[in-house]
Design a protein. Structure first.
Ligand code: PNS
Length: 160
């Protein structure tokens, strides 16, 4: 039987408990899951790509079938290069759906052999986003329960 490799792409600036929830769900149903951080020159990130990779590697240690990587350019080129069959994306609410549908269909146009699979994180994370986490941390609020402790420490150090 063929092993299924899924790519979970994103900015992960920083990784949140919502991302981790999805990684746990993905790791259960796919043989291998590659969490792939986009190296995006246009965005002005809070954490550098290497900091994001470091945090992701630390917090995904419990899952032996999860790897962390970085990619640039088109996601479909990267997924093809990795021989992946699936792209995993999370949908929190209806508001995510339109953008995700557009991206999934465009990705299918670019590479019809790769399927986008959507999973829902636990509802406790339905309002959680990296953008809000960055904003709360910058303004001195608590991000406990929103991000793993290792990320909370890094956020504190970053905005201190
Ligand atoms: O976590 P994000 O920022 O919502 O992730 C968006 C991401 C990285 C999945 C998306 O921007 C992406 O795949 N970018 C790579 C460039 C690409 O393939 N663009 C065409 C998408 S249809």
């Amino acid at each position: 039987m063929k092993a299924v490799l899924a790519i979970y792409p994103g900015s992960f600036d920083p990784v949140t408990n919502g991302h981790l929830d999805l990684i746990g769900r993905g790791a259960k149903i796919f043989d291998r899951l590659v969490v792939a951080v986009l190296r995006n020159m246009e965005k002005d990130p809070l954490f550098s790509v290497s900091e994001r990779l470091e945090m992701l590697r630390e917090v995904t240690q419990p899952w032996p079938n999860v790897e962390v990587d970085v990619f640039e350019g088109l996601l479909m080129d990267y997924a093809r290069h990795k021989n992946a069959q699936v792209v995993l994306r999370g949908i929190r609410a209806i508001s995510d759906y339109e953008y995700e549908l557009q991206m999934a269909l465009m990705n299918r146009k670019l590479e019809p052999r790769i399927e986008t699979v959507f999973m829902m994180p636990a509802e406790a994370y339905s309002y959680l986003s990296s953008r809000l986490v960055r904003e709360i941390a910058r303004l001195g609020g608590s991000v406990k329960d929103l991000v793993p402790p290792a990320v909370e420490e890094r956020l504190k150090a970053k905005v201190a």
